[in-house]
Design a protein around this ligand. Structure first.
Ligand code: MRU
Length: 376
């Protein structure tokens, strides 16, 4: 089954509602930047690359919407002295396709960028995609709003298609790192659902299987949002890739038993020194992997590397609603009145990372110099 996390249908963006998977499989439809931003914030779509693709479509949708709004009819002119007729020009309807003027379009689109940028703070792919869309807009700013909207839509389609190509390339490099028969642990969901398709960490598993390797996956449950239990387990079951679900606190036991050969995870942002932000709990897994001499790999497209920040200390860590920790959905098991924290990501220091799997190859023991070289 091909998982289409995001798809363009009838001039709208459709996204799988990942909040209700795997119990229900449903697409929700989006037609503006504000609606897409809300989809990102509420986790209908999640995973760094998928958030970036959604944001690009959010910009395109906003441009399409704004360029189709008819020019407002100017207010009626005051009656002429002596009670003469109202100025006829004010009553003319806007011309077809005229839009509401460049200033309105520019201000509206700018607002769309702002709303999207405020949706989630940690995954740098969101800001990377917005920056790329802005550059396109700036390069054709003198064209008509309709032309700009079409060009932005083409760019969003390109970002979408490119993400799948990049995941395939990373998958091929990553698959070489896994031995035939390897038992690989992963945390959260870095699969087709977290990208435009194929996945980053799960893309490595898919590519290894495609190359004829018999691998099996151990999926951490990933409290509190359960991306591992709900999404990774579901994806692997769909593909017939052997998968075993464990709760997050079982990873150390599994490693101590000699049941884990490698760890592969995704990432939301990598700093210039190679520090890796990923789903909360990843740091714990990396420390355990080092303790047990197990390689710890991070599948990471270049769009997730943020060379503007020196270290992981500068990565903004999202704090989500305490309700997610209190229980799940409407069922709350925590004691009423208890203080709760819910940081959604943590940072794994570069020294614990065996290698970054990128679309340009594997960067063993990443550091500033090696990452600079990657971009040169
Ligand atoms: O809060 P989420 O579900 O958006 O967090 C997702 C992760 O942490 C993923 O591991 C990361 O985005 C990489 S996805 C290829």
């Amino acid at each position: 089954m091909k998982i289409e996390t995001l798809r363009w249908t009838h001039n709208k963006l459709e996204m799988i509602d990942q909040r209700i998977l795997p119990a229900s499989f449903e697409y929700l439809s989006y037609d503006s930047a504000a609606a897409v931003a809300e989809g990102i914030r509420s986790m209908v779509v999640r995973g760094a690359p998928a958030i970036g693709v959604a944001a690009a479509y959010g910009v395109a949708l906003e441009a399409l919407r704004l360029s189709a709004i008819p020019k407002p009819i100017p207010p009626l002119a005051p009656p002429l002295k002596g009670g003469g007729p109202v100025a006829g020009a004010a009553l003319l309807p806007p011309r077809q396709g005229e839009g509401w003027g460049r200033d309105g379009f520019n201000a509206g689109l700018e607002n769309g960028f702002t709303v999207l940028a405020a949706s989630r703070p940690t995954a740098v792919n969101l800001f990377w995609a917005l920056q790329r869309m802005r550059k396109v807009w700036e390069s054709i700013a003198t064209q008509s709003p309709q032309q700009i909207a079409q060009r932005l839509l083409a760019e969003a389609h390109e970002i979408h298609a490119e993400d799948i190509r990049i995941n395939r390339a990373m998958g091929a490099f990553g698959a070489e790192l896994l031995e035939d028969g390897a038992r690989v642990l992963t945390h959260c969901n870095a699969g087709a659902l977290a990208t435009a398709g194929w996945g980053t960490a799960l893309g490595v598993f898919r590519s290894a299987v495609e190359a004829g390797k018999k691998i099996s996956v151990i999926a951490d449950e990933t409290r509190p949002f359960l991306q591992g239990a709900r999404l990774t387990a579901w994806e692997m079951v769909q593909e017939n890739i052997p998968v075993t679900l464990i709760t997050d606190n079982m990873a150390g036991y599994m490693m101590a038993q000699g049941e884990v050969d490698a760890v592969v995870v995704g990432t939301d942002r990598v700093a210039a020194n190679g520090d890796v932000a990923n789903k909360i709990g990843t740091y714990m897994v990396a420390v355990l992997a080092r303790r047990h001499n197990i390689p710890f790999y991070v599948a990471c497209p270049l769009s997730t590397i943020d060379m503007s920040i020196a270290s992981g200390k500068e990565i903004p860590i999202e704090e989500r609603s305490v309700d997610e920790v209190k229980g799940f959905r409407d069922y709350h098991w925590a004691a009423e009145g208890v203080r709760i924290r819910n940081p959604a990501f943590d940072v794994t220091p570069a020294e614990l990372v065996t290698g970054l799997i990128t679309e340009r190859g594997v960067v063993i023991q990443p550091n500033l110099e090696k990452l600079r070289r990657l971009f040169s």
